[in-house]
Design a protein around this ligand. Structure first.
Ligand code: KIV
Length: 259
């Protein structure tokens, strides 16, 4: 399947009766391969890698070089899933630069790109889509704007904010996105957007059942980043505890009994 076929198939998942879209982040070959083999629909090489892999305080430190390195690694492990790469902060200041950097991500193995923001990104989305590169939008809480916003805040709490989100969703849809990530949007507003747009919405921190699918950061799912766990995360494994215990056992095993 080509990337355009995969994007079209994803877009069709907004139809009533479709199975929910499952999306997970992966930043390396083994994780992408395991997620792909387990049947996830979308593998996102998210700029969250800045925090959960590279040890930065937020995603504003992530560069195109970081993204290209990790997209290439994850792409080697993904076969069936749509491999989605994040355009990092400062990589889409204008439509021309956005297309150049989106093209670089696809050359590294991404099959679609994601960028954050609404009305101010419309021309960039149109330009990337015109270059035959599928685009996924991202609205609600925008991690790349965490410094301007002064923290991670829930979105859609007021009617003005909700109306702004609906307007941006419809504009992104008309610009040609094939899906829309909604992050930390109040559940009723996530549901309202999901009913109004014709592309699948993929929620994170929006509650369950209010969007056409859900995305999660892999470390939140497997419990591999114990230093920060978002309140909505539901760990299904305790990888950090397993690593600590395996390392402790290794140290004990190679330590002579009389030392
Ligand atoms: O970078 C990322 O992991 C993301 C998800 C939170 C959607 O954008």
């Amino acid at each position: 399947m080509t990337s355009l076929d995969k994007a079209a198939a994803l877009k069709a998942r907004a139809a009533a009766g479709s199975a929910p879209v499952s999306a997970l982040t992966a930043y390396d070959y083994p994780t992408a391969r395991l997620a792909d083999e387990a049947g996830v629909d979308v593998i996102l090489v998210g700029d969250s890698l800045g925090m959960v892999v590279l040890g930065f305080p937020d995603t504003t430190h992530v560069t195109m070089d970081h993204m290209l390195h990790h997209v290439a690694a994850a792409a080697r492990g993904a076969e069936k899933a749509l491999l989605l790469g994040d355009l990092p902060i400062h990589s889409y200041p204008d439509p021309e630069t956005a297309v150049i950097n989106a093209r670089c991500l696809t050359e590294a193995g991404a099959e679609a790109v994601k960028l954050e923001g609404g009305l101010r990104q419309i021309e960039k989305v149109q330009a990337i889509v015109a270059a035959d590169i599928p685009v996924i939008g991202h609205l609600g809480m925008l991690p790349q704007r965490v410094k301007e916003e002064g923290g991670y805040k829930k979105k859609g709490k007021t009617e003005a904010q909700a109306a702004e989100l609906v307007e941006a969703s419809l504009a992104l849809q008309d610009a040609g996105i094939c899906a829309l990530v909604l992050e930390s949007v109040v559940p009723e507003v996530a549901a309202r957007i999901s009913h109004q747009v014709s592309v699948p919405t993929i929620g994170i921190g929006c509650g369950h059942g209010h969007t056409h699918g859900e995305v999660a950061v892999i470390s939140d799912v497997v419990g591999s980043y114990p230093w920060f766990v978002p309140p909505f995360a539901k760990p299904r494994a305790q990888v950090a505890a397993s690593i600590s215990s395996a390392v402790g056992e290794f140290i004990r095993d190679i330590t002579p009994l009389d030392s």
